[in-house]
Design a protein around this ligand. Sequence first.
Ligand SMILES: [Zn+2]
Ligand SMILES: [Zn+2]
Length: 204
Amino acid sequence: MLTKGIDVRASPTHNVGLFVTEPIPTGTVIWLPCTKCSRWSKEEVAALPAARFQALDTYGHLLTDGSLLLPCLGAYLMNHSCEANVLDLGLDFGLAVHDIAPGEEVTCDYATFVEDGGWSMECRCRSPRCRGSVTTEQGRDPDIKWAWHERIEAALLSAPSVDQPLHDVLTELSEPYRRILSGKTDLAQVSTGASVCAPAFVTR
Ligand SMILES: [Zn+2]
Ligand SMILES: [Zn+2]
């Protein structure tokens, strides 16, 4: 499920991407894997024709049990940036780690999807800190994880006080979100190591 105020438009880095139409402050939850997202079981994944699997794996996420999740409401169109403004490490949703202004593209870091083992792509994100290529192995790199961790914890300070358009569904589905609302800002205390659509694509 994707938050409001986001449009699909042509992207300079990929064919299309998600662009903000109204300001999104730091600490806003941008998307979460929900019960309406499309899912394929491990058995269904194994039975997919190769081309169909490749297409779904490009936009979706392989989870720890071998199932595949395709985020709903266009959330699957979120592009990668090596300086992403949305991060999900240790959470079960994507959190804005910067203020995102109208016209800016919403991006996440594909290296956080560590369950999608062996996956890589050449990056064209144009960030001065571009890693050149993105691999899921980078999601296990302590320096990269620590940089994400610091940005997420800074954003968690704002999360309880900003408008959260996804509040109702998050309150119902997300234990990390409930912990944040109860005042926890330390990622180790917020993270459950599981996703709302367990098993997780997130890791601590
Ligand atoms: Zn969904
Ligand atoms: Zn890059």
